[in-house]
Design a protein around this ligand. Structure first.
Ligand code: SF4
Ligand code: SF4
Length: 391
């Protein structure tokens, strides 16, 4: 009999009311109870009680969860679904071949930043030589990533792995916006702070995530705040206290802030926009799940953005876009079905540009042809309309 690595008391909190079902993206596109939070929790209980096996269908039910955690927000019984799913996946990763060797290799690469940069450049070259199949839905990757420069020591900026390799221009824009607010930004050693471990936690690779977390802790000495411009990384860094179980990790986690939340509390420091927001160029706001459902700070994006651009809200109640870390690569059919609902909601806003503060969502939506910008790229463009790259 398998004992899942979950807290049994958390597992019994679900009362099977079903109120979470309409908020679950996999249930919405499949209509299957087994693809719903309630069905997944029932399956976990069946394994825990010895009535079902860990392998086969159970693995599929768990693997097809996007880990968006919208069910947590909807649940009146406060079922901590994220904990349950992370513990279940840790069990699967430890006791089955759920995470393949090539996936483990890919996850390991994320922790070696120079290797990742080299591979990214190779991929960018392959794209230009038309050697990457079009079914691999990737936007055009940068051939050259301009180095970032520290501008002071008021706050750290977490730069991460894929975001630094593929979207370093976003970090540059964030540094410029923070500079405009009078904030000097320190940058960590990317060899130590190269990956937060969020994707490893999602995959159930707890030990690998903990090893990365310990390296990240060492890369941010002092007590300056640590600002994060990626929703998924921010949520992972804020959970280091639970991941590592130490006072040091808990203290570190308290220093971590989503950059929008931090700026929203200092709005007066941000320069006024040179022009009033243009009602003919609205921007639709997409909430990354790890900002909306985990950090629950998505309102701050609007607080910062609305001074500079006309905003449009999506009418899909914040349903996940299907990106889910590595989910879009591992489950392309389901991810694309989920994304189609988001694309329809974007179309209904009439906005030509979408703001999203998470690299996974950005890549997934951009692969469908959407013009997606990071919220602070939009602020940067409003503040520095004629600048190319002043950082
Ligand atoms: S997870 Fe919460 S909302 Fe969903 S069925 Fe269980 S108790 Fe109800
Ligand atoms: S985390 Fe998201 S995909 Fe998974 S069960 Fe909850 S709502 Fe559904």
């Amino acid at each position: 009999m398998t004992i899942l690595r979950v807290d049994p008391e958390e597992l019994v909190t679900c009362v099977a009311c079903g109120l979470c079902l309409p908020h679950c993206p996999t249930y919405r596109v499949t209509g299957d109870e087994s693809a719903s939070p309630r069905g997944r929790i029932a399956a976990m209980r069946a394994v825990q009680s010895g009535d079902a096996d860990l392998r086969g269908e159970f693995t599929r039910y768990m693997d097809e969860c996007v880990q968006c955690r919208a069910c947590e927000v909807a649940c009146p019984s406060s079922v901590p679904f994220g904990h349950l799913m992370e513990g279940t996946r840790a069990t699967l990763a430890a006791e089955t071949s759920y995470v393949s060797w090539w996936q483990r290799l890919a996850y390991r690469t994320l922790g070696h930043h120079r290797v990742l940069l080299g591979l990214s450049r190779g991929l960018a070259l392959a794209q230009r030589a038309h050697l990457v199949p079009t079914r691999v839905s990737l936007p055009k990757l940068p051939l050259h990533a301009r180095p970032l420069r520290s501008t002071g020591d008021d706050a750290w900026l977490f730069t991460g792995c894929v975001m630094d390799a593929w979207q370093r221009d976003v970090h540059a824009a964030v540094i410029r916006v923070l500079g405009a607010a009078g904030v000097g930004v320190a940058l960590p050693d990317s060899r130590r702070a190269g990956c937060c471990g969020a994707l490893h936690v999602h995959a159930g690779l707890h030990d690998d995530a903990a090893a990365l977390a310990r390296r990240v802790l060492d890369a941010f000495p002092g007590d300056a705040p640590i600002l994060v411009d990626s929703a998924g990384c921010g949520a992972a860094l804020q959970d280091y206290g639970r991941l590592l179980g130490t006072d040091e990790a808990a203290a570190f986690a308290h220093r971590v802030h989503d950059v929008h939340e931090w700026l929203a509390e200092r709005l007066d420091d941000l320069p006024a926009p040179p022009h009033r927001p243009d009602p003919d160029a609205p921007v639709a706001v997409h909430d990354p799940c790890h900002l909306r459902n985990v950090q629950r700070t998505h309102g701050a994006v609007r607080t910062v953005l609305e001074r500079y651009v006309e905003l449009r809200e999506l009418d899909d109640e914040g349903l996940c876009c299907g990106a889910g870390g590595a989910y879009a690569a591992l489950h392309p059919t389901l991810a694309n079905q989920i994304r189609q609902r988001k694309l329809d909601a974007i179309t209904r806003t009439g906005a030509a540009t979408v703001a999203s503060a998470n690299p996974g969502c950005t890549l997934h939506l951009a692969a469908a042809g959407v013009d997606v910008r990071h919220p602070l790229e939009i602020v940067d463009a409003a503040l520095h309309p004629h600048a190319s790259h002043p950082a």
